[in-house]
Design a protein around this ligand. Sequence first.
Ligand SMILES: NC(=O)c1ccc[n+]([C@@H]2O[C@H](COP(=O)([O-])OP(=O)(O)OC[C@H]3O[C@@H](n4cnc5c(N)ncnc54)[C@H](O)[C@@H]3O)[C@@H](O)[C@H]2O)c1
Length: 273
Amino acid sequence: MLDFTGKVAFVTGAGSVGAGWGNGKATAVLLARRGAMVCGLDQSADALAATTAIMQAEGLTWLPLTCDILDSAAVGASVAACVARFGRIDILVNNVGGSAPGDPVSMPLEVWQAQLDLNLTSAFLGCKHVLPVMEAQFDREGRGGAVVNIGSVGAMTFQLGGRVSAGYAAAKAGLVAFGRSTAIAYVRKGIRVNTVIPGSMHTPLVEHRLVRQLGAGDAAKLIADRHAAVPMGRMGDAWDVAHAVAFLASDEAGYITATQLVVDGGMTAARST
Ligand SMILES: NC(=O)c1ccc[n+]([C@@H]2O[C@H](COP(=O)([O-])OP(=O)(O)OC[C@H]3O[C@@H](n4cnc5c(N)ncnc54)[C@H](O)[C@@H]3O)[C@@H](O)[C@H]2O)c1
C-alpha cells in the first residue's frame, strides 16, 4: 500500500460542489489516510468545511485554506501558510477545474477566458508558488517533489452531436502541454510533473451542474446514459481519480514524469477506433 507518512500535500479544489466526493476532496482524504499532512485550498468555505469534518472525524492532519486559486497573491500566502505549518511541500495536486458548454460562436469571450483561467491558469499559479518550495528542498536535502495535474478526456474525445465545450477542451489539452514542458524544466531539480486524465466520473458535479447545463430534466436518465457510454458499463468515481493521483505522487512512481495516466474505463480507446 502506498505510504505518504512524513509527506506534505497541497491540494487545490479540496472541497466538492455538492455532497459526496469530488476528485480533489477524495484525493486530499486518501493522501491523509495514507499518512500525509494535507493542505486543502478551496474558494468555498462551505465546501472546505465538509472536507474538514471528515478529516477531523478521522483524526487526520489537515490545514484548510480558503482561497481563490486565480488570486496569485492569495495563493502565495496559502503556500506560505502551508510551509509555516508543515515545513515543506512534497506533493502538489492541481485539481481546480470545471467545464462550460459552447463553441467559438455561442460562447461569450468572457466565458472562454474564464475557462482558460479556471482550467489552465489555475495550474500555472499552483506551480508558480509551489515549485520554488520543492526546488529549495531539493537543493537542501536532495528531495524535491511531485506535481499532479487533473486533465480530462474532454480534451481528447468528441462525440458527433454531443455537447461541445471548446474552452474546456482547449484548456485541458493545454494543461497536458503545460505539464510536459514544466516536467522537463524541473527534471534535474528532483521534481516530477504528470497529469491524470479522468473520463466520465460520477462526482457531485453530475447532479449539481451537468443535469442543469445539459437541460436534462431527468437526472436518472442522464446518469444511466453516462454509465452506458463507458466501455466498462459504468462511470468511474472520485476514488478512481484519487488512487491514480496517489500513485503518480508516490515514491513508487519515481521514474515517471512528463506523462499522462488516463482513468476512463476504456472510453478514449473505444472512441478512437
Ligand atoms: N467529475 C468529472 O466527471 C470530471 C471528469 C474529468 C475531469 N474532471 C476534473 O476533475 C477536477 C475536479 O472535478 P470535480 O468534479 O471533482 O470538481 P468539483 O467541482 O466537485 O470540485 C472542485 C472544487 O474546486 C473549487 N473551486 C472552483 N473554483 C475555484 C477557484 N477559483 N479557486 C479555488 N477553488 C475553486 C470548488 O469550490 C469545488 O469545491 C476538475 O479539474 C475537473 O475538470 C472531472
